[in-house]
Design a binder for this molecule. Structure first.
Ligand SMILES: [Zn+2]
Length: 948
């Protein structure tokens, strides 16, 4: 695709940039690229989709244009550039204009691609870039400067306006557009471009999800390029990046290296504005930070956001572009969107959604959204509303160039406004930072304390590392803390909120109990409280005296493992709930490990249930692992005096559909972090059968929109869609391979799962996938119903009650009531006679909501949260929760690990011995449990909860 054009027509063209006069004066006539003008006119599907800002492009003898590098202008139909081509183009710009372009290498992606930031401005600004960087850091921390110094610094500094493209890989236009925009900024001699160059540093992230860009591009060329029926498009590529697809914009704890690198870049350079370019709704939506809003962010932000979006809406509408609107789409509640790092750090996240075709193919698009329910954000996008004075069309021929025209015109307009008021941007940035410091001392809460000596320091470390990654300052108390009648031991961690990012700390740590209106929907989760998600004790402090507690800045939180000598029984590794305990089991792969079923004493210490018993002979392997993993091992007595069982390492398979890999991706991520061995299996492997010979545990994690999706996945319509290795499409076939991703496991696959369980396997399902066993007859006595239409629970954190505390699933958990994230609207039900199989349930009701909100909380009253059902020689454990929700609810992870690792001992608590497998039992007639003591009167009951 890469052709270098050295057109003779370009030689000898003079540039007039050097002659640039003042911004208000009309530029001398600059020679324009007539081929560009003719091409983009042709590719723009209607005259009103073109604007005077982008209908021309200057010729240059020094700066390579996209056409010179690629052989075509930006917006050419049927072409997507690779990440290497796009970054390569920016590197060519830097080589051609080193005085006006600076490239900052910020790191690598999961698959090893380069992540860069490109800064473009006038030569005087680029020469002073390091000074600007230092100045922005001062404005970001008003404790270091006086207001008078701030005024001086603002006068000497140009703000960085950061534009990011390519976060979502199917949103293909922005990485194309930014190349043309960069070229235009470097070559065009117009009052607007001169003003931007003079007053702003424009920074670009050309492709934020670089791995996904290339994979999507391969998929586009392989399967989508000729598809023009927008109502019947083939499925998208199974993966973008390595793990998490669209959730790369929900990665609140920065699991992804690219997100971490952006965060580090942000804290180094402090761009006061980050402008993220997305694609979805027609024709251009500009984010105004609509309700629900996080009220802890500075009120100035909520004035700035509509200031920009209204300017853009009016300017673009003035230029004749229809369908430019604001207000009615994304809100400002969750802090977990990647660009929200700017708003979280006293800057501002801005965002566009431009209409896109998920590729570069021109096609007729049907936008009539018809009847739209009251909850639908923004309503019908083709209908006029007060925030959409000129709506999009119901039908429109749409092209990549249309997309480029809209987005580039929008960004140029945003840069026009920003470059008109560069001082205002910096004043606001400084003022928001100063307000942030002051807010922490003005009213409660004043701090959060993480008390020392928590039973599991590894989860404390997760919290601390995540806060520090975002620049939040944490102090370690120099002595014991006494606040009124409350006291905390020496070494407790104190996060005082009178710091620049105190409001971010508050946002992340507080309970979300201030959602403005339960009738208002939100774009993502309503709750994220870190202490509840990680089951870590974090105390909100309303006593202002906490601000005077002497602390020493915490550099890094280190967890030291502890191991002494072996006892007669070897070692006991204490189970205090760390996920690392599970990791330890997997890494001691050749060691025979037993687990204590009840607590006992060893050397005067309490050894909790779930602690691992390791033979003394494995001490050499154990010691470095205990230290690395931050665990504690004590000498074990020859006889602990409590029941124990073997903990053989299970052979684990993790099932993924092809059509919805994201939630599975989060489980894969967690498994990789905790070095958990597993096979990723798809419909192909399930249908091939013989599963019990290969696996002990099969996990069906949450995926798709419903239990039905888990089974049937992508419909068998259209053409075959191979996702397999190919010389022409090198990113295909990664993380799984299929000759045709359509079809799902189907009933054939379900039958193999039934056989697997009947033959002694453990099937674990989570969240929506837990509707599969009951809904498709893999288990009796468990119904999978739905919630009422009024129920609404966007990921609140709710209480769950443990009913079988002795079950191995609760090793490492000491409380009978725990916080869990509400995960699914599939409600499980069991008859009263099967209640003994319910390990955990939701008490329901408003009082059970710990953070966020749940509309219709009575509906979940006494609903099972975990069911452990013996079937044949095996077992099905159904989580109504999602024990691995993103990289977030670490407090729940151990329940899944406990089920996996104790796969042979899950009947323990209630002695529910399974019966012999009935090989001939057809689907839907799985063998009934016979526990030898209870009557099997489980059939015939209609007390199975709500129907579907
Ligand atoms: Zn997007």
């Amino acid at each position: 695709m890469k052709r270098v054009l050295t057109g003779a027509s370009l030689i000898g063209v003079a540039m007039s940039l050097a002659n640039a006069a003042g911004a208000q004066q009309q530029a001398p006539k600059q020679q324009m690229d007539s081929d560009f003008a003719a091409s983009v006119k042709q590719w723009t599907t209607r005259p009103e989709f073109m604007t005077p800002l982008v209908d021309h492009l200057p010729l240059s003898t020094t700066i390579p244009s996209p056409k010179q590098v690629f052989g075509h202008h930006i917006g050419v139909p049927n072409v997507l550039h690779s990440q290497a081509e796009i970054n390569g183009y920016f590197r060519k710009l830097a080589a051609a204009a080193p005085d006006r372009v600076r490239i900052i290498e910020i790191g690598k992606t999961n698959e090893g691609r380069d992540n860069i930031v490109v800064m473009i401005s006038d030569a005087e600004n680029i020469a002073r870039l390091d000074q600007y960087k230092a100045n922005l850091a001062k404005l970001a921390d008003p404790r270091r400067i006086t207001p008078a110094e701030a005024t001086r610094i603002i006068g000497e500094t140009k703000p960085i306006y950061h534009v990011t493209a390519g976060l979502h890989s199917a949103e293909t236009g922005p990485p194309e557009m930014v190349m043309e925009l960069a070229y235009r900024l470097l070559t065009e001699d117009s009052p607007l471009i001169r003003q931007i160059g003079k007053n702003l540093v424009v920074a670009f992230t050309p492709v934020l999800e670089a791995d996904g860009r290339d994979r999507y591009r391969d998929w586009y060329y392989r399967h989508l390029i000729d598809e023009k029926d927008d109502l019947n498009k083939p499925a998208s590529t199974p993966y973008w990046g390595k793990y998490i697809y669209h959730d790369n914009n929900r990665d609140i704890n920065f699991s992804d290296p690219s997100a971490r690198e952006m965060m580090q870049y942000y804290l180094e350079w402090h761009p006061p504005i980050m402008h993220e370019l997305h694609e979805s709704v027609p024709f251009l939506y500009t984010y105004s930070g609509q309700a629900p809003q996080n009220p802890d962010l500075d009120p100035i932000l909520y004035g700035e956001l509509p200031f920009y979006s209204n300017f853009e809406m009016s300017q673009l509408t003035k230029m004749g572009l229809p369908g430019v609107w604001t207000h009615g789409f994304v809100d400002a509640w969750s802090p977990g969107y990647v660009g929200f790092m700017a708003s979280n750090h006293n800057g501002m996240l801005r965002m566009y959604e431009t209409f896109g075709n998920a590729g570069a193919t021109t096609m007729l698009r049907h936008i009539d959204t018809g009847e739209v329910g009251p909850g639908a954000r923004g309503g019908n996008q083709t209908a006029r509303d007060w925030y959409r004075p000129s709506p999009a069309y119901k039908e429109v021929e749409w092209s990549m160039r249309n997309n480029t025209n809209y987005m580039e015109t929008g960004v140029l307009t945003a840069l026009q406004l920003a470059s008109t008021f560069p001082d205002v941007i910096l004043e606001n940035f400084y003022k928001k930072s100063a307000n942030g410091v002051a807010a922490g001392a003005a009213k409660a809460p004043y701090a959060y304390i993480i008390p020392a000596n928590q039973s599991d320091p590894t989860r404390v470390k997760f919290v601390v590392d995540t806060l520090q990654l975002q620049g939040i300052e944490i102090g370690k108390a120099n002595g014991a803390i006494k606040l009124g009648d409350k006291s905390y031991p020496a070494g407790s961690l104190v996060i005082k909120l009178n710091q620049p990012y105190g409001r971010l700390a508050k946002t992340l740590l507080k309970v979300q109990d201030n959602y403005p209106d339960d009738d208002m929907t939100t774009y993502d989760d309503a709750a994220w409280t870190m202490g509840l998600m990680t089951h870590t004790n974090i105390v909100q402090i309303a006593d202002k005296a906490v601000l005077d507690v002497p602390t020493t800045p915490l550099d890094r939180f280190v967890v030291n493992g502890a191991i002494g000598g072996a006892g007669a029984g070897g070692y006991a590794v204490l189970d205090t709930g760390s996920v690392n305990l599970a990791q330890l089991r997997f890494r001691l792969k050749d060691v025979a490990v037993r687990v204590a079923e009840k607590p006992f004493k060893a050397g005067g210490r309490e050894v909790p249930a779930g602690s691992l018993l390791i033979p003394a002979s494995a001490g050499g392997q154990l010691k470095p692992l205990i230290e690395e993993l931050g665990l504690t091992a004590v000498a074990a007595p020859g006889d602990p005096g409590v029941p124990t069982h073997d903990m053989p390492i299970p052979r684990v398979a993790l099932f993924s559909t092809w059509g919805s890999t994201q939630s599975v991706g989060w489980v894969r991520y967690a498994f990789d972090q905790y070095k958990t061995p597993y096979d990723l299996i798809f419909k192909e492997q399930v249908r091939a059968g013989d599963l019990r010979a290969k696996y002990d545990v099969i996990i069906l994690p949450d995926q798709g929109r419903s239990p039905k999706d888990v089974v049937f996945d992508l419909p068998m319509k259209g053409k075959p869609l191979p996702y397999d290795a190919s010389k022409d499409f090198p990113t295909m076939g990664m993380y799984g391979s299929s000759p045709d991703i359509r079809g799902g496991m189907g009933l054939e696959g379900l039958e193999e799962l039934r056989k697997f369980v009947a033959a002694g396997g453990l099937l674990i399902t989570t969240a929506k996938a837990s509707g599969v066993p009951g809904g498709f007859g893999l288990v009796d006595d468990v119904s999978a119903g739905g919630v009422s239409k009024d129920f609404y629970a966007p990921g609140p954190i709710v209480k769950a009650n443990v009913l079988q505390p002795a079950s191995p699933l609760f090793y490492g958990y000491s409380q009978k009531t725990m916080p869990v994230r509400w995960a699914s609207n599939v409600l499980l039900g069991v008859p009263k006679t099967a209640k003994q199989y319910v390990l955990m349930e939701f008490p329901g009701g408003k009082k059970s909501v710990m953070s966020g909100f749940m509309k219709g909380a009575e509906e979940v009253k006494d609903r099972p949260a975990i069911v452990n059902m013996p079937v044949g020689a095996g077992r099905v454990v159904m989580f109504a929760t999602n024990p691995i929700w993103r990289w977030q609810n670490l407090g729940e992870y151990r329940m899944l690990y406990n089920a996996m690792l104790n796969w042979k001992a899950l009947g323990g608590a209630n002695n529910l011995a399974p019966v012999k497998p009935d090989e001939g039992a057809p689907l839907g007639k799985t063998p009934r449990v016979d526990d030898g003591s209870k009557p099997t009167g489980l059939t015939g009951s209609d007390d199975t909860g709500t129907p579907n």
